[in-house]
Design a binder for this molecule. Structure first.
Ligand code: HEC
Ligand code: HEC
Ligand code: HEC
Ligand code: HEC
Length: 188
């Protein structure tokens, strides 16, 4: 075999080895460091603050006794406590709840979602707040800086049906003790 060809072959061999090492190294790196700090798998969230006894929803919404009803209407027989004041007038329950599988939430693309990851639903429309929440700027995050973190769900703080916080009732200004004394002793 002529020398130049052997040199060429060995160079190609080295190149291939380097490429293989690079690929393996990158894969290992990815396995160690998730691409996104806070992908759903590693986000530890508080349990959904559902009313006791309401879940599973399919206890009533079984598709037989309680047939899914897609028509927009006022709730009369159940859920009368729910007041929908969230975005446009056209908003309806099934924008967020799956019509057939009532134990799941529903994304705009029709994908079903667990109540445990409701932040993904909120994140569809409130991307900025979702990003802030993930990095611990909005909402509440506890845990260690380079280890496990725990998050409160958006719905731990915001009512999903009527998310605007009620305004605080203004209180009268404080009264000085002397004034109270004076009032007790008879107004002058
Ligand atoms: C903007 C999205 C959205 C809309 C619109 C919406 N929901 Fe919800 N709803 C949610 C989310 C998210 C939860 C889960 C809250 C939690 O994890 O505690 C929820 C929880 C519930 C619950 C459980 C409440 C409880 O007491 O625990 C019921 C019942 C419900 N929704 C019914 C409805 C009905 C009926 C409508 C329409 C009148 C509706 N929802 C509209 C997002 C929505
Ligand atoms: C105790 C029985 C019961 C449970 C439990 C229950 N629902 Fe309902 N739900 C009803 C009834 C009854 C209606 C119809 C009310 C009406 O039309 O006035 C209804 C209506 C709805 C609607 C309006 C759409 C439709 O198909 O009528 C949504 C959305 C809904 N429920 C979501 C939920 C969710 C989400 C849960 C669980 C977190 C839940 N429900 C748990 C009884 C129940
Ligand atoms: C389909 C889109 C959509 C989804 C999903 C959605 N929102 Fe909203 N949200 C809106 C719109 C539209 C408004 C009204 C914005 C406005 O009035 O300026 C709003 C308003 C709000 C507000 C501000 C209320 C105020 O005026 O102070 C909060 C808080 C909020 N949403 C929280 C949530 C949470 C929590 C979830 C998940 C359970 C969620 N949203 C899911 C569209 C959405
Ligand atoms: C620990 C409680 C808490 C959690 C968790 C939380 N928020 Fe909030 N959020 C607040 C408070 C408090 C405000 C009100 C700030 C204000 O009025 O200036 C607010 C305001 C908002 C607003 C209105 C902002 C505006 O510009 O008017 C939106 C939208 C919102 N939050 C969405 C979300 C979403 C989406 C999540 C989850 C990804 C979330 N929040 C998680 C406490 C929370």
């Amino acid at each position: 075999m002529p020398a130049p060809r052997r040199v060429l072959l060995s160079r190609i061999g080295r190149l291939l080895r380097t490429a293989a090492l690079l690929v393996a190294g990158t894969a290992l790196g990815w396995a160690q460091f998730p691409a996104h700090p806070g992908t759903p798998d590693e986000i530890q969230v508080a349990p959904p603050p559902l009313t006791e006894g309401i879940f599973p929803c399919s206890g009533c919404h079984d598709g037989k006794a309680q047939k899914p009803n897609p028509i927009r209407r006022e709730m009369k027989d159940m859920h009368t406590d729910i007041e929908l004041r969230h975005g446009p007038e056209t908003r309806w329950c099934t924008d967020c709840h799956d019509l057939i599988d009532r134990d799941k939430l529903r994304l705009a693309n029709g994908d079903k979602l667990d109540f445990k990851v409701s932040y993904q639903l909120c994140g569809q429309c409130h991307g900025d707040k979702y990003r802030d929440w993930r990095v611990g700027v909005h909402g509440k995050r506890t845990g260690s800086w380079n280890g496990a973190k725990q998050y409160l769900l958006c719905v731990s703080c915001h009512n999903p049906h009527s998310p605007r916080f009620a305004a605080l009732a203004p209180m009268p200004p404080p009264v000085r003790p002397e004034t109270i004394q004076r009032r007790k002793g008879g107004a002058r």
